[in-house]
Design a protein around this ligand. Structure first.
Ligand code: C2E
Ligand code: MG
Ligand code: MG
Ligand code: MG
Length: 285
């Protein structure tokens, strides 16, 4: 495939305002065709069980292979997808592709899929998830949906209703980027989260920054007393994982354990049964 030769370059734009706006609208137009041009791909990053040190699952992270620019970071194009509404078809592609790919793995790892706030307020999200599980054959227990803390505060009632329906299907729900979304502590009481993912910014500050360290400790304590699993994002150094383990953090994810990788590169670890170009995958997508 052509996109392979584009390599691992990630492009960032930092042009002036006007140029910036023009570049964004050009990107928005191209993003519209990214699915049909087969320019989207999922990378997978391992999540570890802290106690056993074993991989417990993978987070699916979207990459866009742009014809001229190489790989564009989701930090750049997800906001554009959200502004233009393209996040709905793209989010659906991500969900279907992740479930289809992971269903083909010999090892029964869980997959975590990011859900944008616009998808969450879609009344038919539970139906889409249900149908995707049926068509791909992925057991519901192997699908985790990541919802950012920021997205649930927008429309709490509706979001809570959708989350309850999703949970009824048997999927698990994780709160992503915990600590950055200004939700109240009662959110963890009211919303049936199975897991909180402590935002990378706090893990970054671990040990060096007293406040960040205190927040991480308190979050682990709060989550465990509420019987919620707690995952630390962005673990890069051994001393961070040593601290997290001592504090009772249950899961971890970060460059220390593995970067996000395209499926062919983790094929051996997951025992992939189907080839990436398998028609079953494209059909499900
Ligand atoms: P996120 O869901 O919080 O994903 C974690 C991000 O942290 C990923 O960035 C991952 O590569 C990065 N990361 C993981 N470990 C480390 C580490 O040790 N150090 C550092 N510096 N970074 C680490 P990525 O893949 O660039 O994605 C950025 C964000 O884009 C995601 O944050 C998520 O909010 C969004 N995103 C990615 N894929 C999707 C998707 O399919 N749908 C939606 N709605 N959003 C997505
Ligand atoms: Mg995430
Ligand atoms: Mg996150
Ligand atoms: Mg994050």
């Amino acid at each position: 495939r052509a996109k392979r030769s584009l390599g691992d370059k990630i492009c960032y734009y930092e042009p002036s305002m006007d140029e910036g706006r023009r570049a964004r609208s050009a990107l928005a137009m191209e993003l519209r065709y990214a699915i049909e041009r087969d320019e989207l791909e999922l990378y997978y990053q391992p999540q570890l069980d802290v106690r056993s040190g074993r991989v417990s699952g993978y987070e699916a992270l979207l990459r866009w292979h742009h014809r001229q620019r190489g790989i564009i970071s989701p930090a750049e194009f997800i906001p554009i997808a959200e502004e233009t509404g393209l996040i709905i078809p793209i989010g659906e592609w991500v969900l279907k592709t992740a479930c289809a790919e992971v269903a083909g793995w010999k090892k029964p790892y869980r997959v975590a899929v990011n859900i944008a706030s616009a998808q969450l307020t879609q009344a038919d999200l539970p139906k889409i998830v249900h149908e995707t599980l049926l068509t791909t054959g992925l057991p519901a227990s192997r699908l985790e949906l990541e919802i950012t803390e920021a997205s649930i505060i927008e429309d709490r009632e509706r979001t809570l209703h959708v989350i309850r329906q999703l949970k009824a299907l048997g999927v698990t729900i994780a709160m992503d980027d915990y600590g950055t979304g200004y939700s109240s502590l009662s959110t963890l009481q009211v919303f049936p989260f199975d897991k909180v993912k402590i935002d990378r910014s706090f893990i970054d500050g671990l040990l060096a920054d007293e406040a960040a360290t205190a927040i991480v400790k308190a979050t682990i304590l709060l989550a465990s007393s509420l019987n919620i699993a707690v995952l630390a994002e962005g673990v890069e150094r051994q001393e961070q994982i040593d601290f997290l383990q001592a504090e009772g953090c249950t899961e971890a994810q970060g460059f220390l354990f593995g970067r996000p990788r395209p499926l062919p590169e983790i094929a051996e670890q997951v025992g992939r049964r189907v080839k990436q170009a398998d028609p079953a995958v494209s059909r499900a997508a």
